[in-house]
Design a protein around this ligand. Structure first.
Ligand SMILES: [Zn+2]
Ligand SMILES: [Zn+2]
Length: 266
């Protein structure tokens, strides 16, 4: 990975409200990752399951399906849609009004432990849900979270609440699209036991608010990319090529150029 390292920006000093200013993180080197007994896909459990939770619009559904297409490339694993989960399945006791704006939030803890874990398909490597409804971890001290994942229990959830419109005038809203791509793949990375990145500007960096999500790239730093390629038995150059194809197809120009530069450098 040494060749591509110069293409990557070192992590910025966190601003006062940024993730690393609020959370102490140990980081995780590639060697530490290998030693942590990470969750890995295997022959029996190689499918990433994705469920949609709650009502969504047709435009949002379209972009979730494109996100699924991206997840397949990002992790080099097949993705299947699981059954859809309705809001009615979340009891009142695991819902609340956001302390910030009063909108509905549902508990990630409930969804992960009481729904996803109990329905984990036999051939699932991991199982994640995507929702438009706001999320909080189910305990005090949090205003909201974009997503939550278990490092060892193979379940996660993320929300696109507050990400804006999926499409504008019939065209994909790139802000929305990049946000949902980043958060969905970030949480899936956690399910394969990858911890937050504290070295580079990287999609595995923690995010405390939407500006921080916007500032971090869609791509992974050399160290996190090495983890993903190792765990999914992927050749980095093949992965870059497929990521280039996706970004070109959907007009993600900056991301396409970065992946191309990485491809050309390797
Ligand atoms: Zn995270
Ligand atoms: Zn990283």
């Amino acid at each position: 990975m040494a060749q591509i390292t110069p293409l990557h920006e070192k992590i910025k000093t966190p601003g006062p409200t940024d993730w690393l200013a609020k959370h102490e993180e140990p980081g995780q080197t590639f060697e530490e990752y290998l030693k942590c007994k990470p969750i890995l896909p295997d022959k029996k459990r190689n499918i990433i399951y994705v469920s949609i939770l709650g009502d969504i619009s047709e435009d949002e559904r379209e972009l979730i399906l494109k996100t699924v297409e991206f997840i397949e490339i990002y992790f080099n694993l097949p993705v299947k849609m699981a059954r859809e989960i309705t809001l009615e399945e979340i009891p009142e006791t695991h819902r609340r009004k956001s302390p910030v704006d009063g909108t509905l939030q549902i508990s990630t803890e409930y969804i992960m432990n009481e729904i996803l874990k109990k329905e984990l398909p036999k051939d699932a490597s991991v199982y994640t849900a995507i929702t438009k409804i706001g999320l909080w971890p189910g305990e005090d001290g949090w205003n909201f979270v974009h997503g939550m994942a278990s490092l060892y229990e193979r379940v996660a959830i993320n929300t696109f609440n507050g990400y804006g419109k999926a499409k504008e005038n019939g065209k994909i809203n790139n802000n929305f699209f990049l946000r949902i791509l980043k958060t969905s793949t970030h949480e899936i990375g956690h399910m394969f036991s990858i911890q937050h990145c504290i070295k580079y500007q990287c999609n595995m960096c923690g995010s405390n608010h939407i500006n921080e999500t916007d500032q971090k790239p869609l791509w992974l730093c050399p160290e996190c990319m090495a983890k993903v390629c190792w765990l999914t038995r992927t050749i980095p150059k093949d992965r870059y090529k497929k990521l280039m194809g996706f970004c070109q197809k959907y007009g993600l120009t900056e991301e396409y150029q970065f992946y191309k530069k990485s491809f050309d450098t390797l």
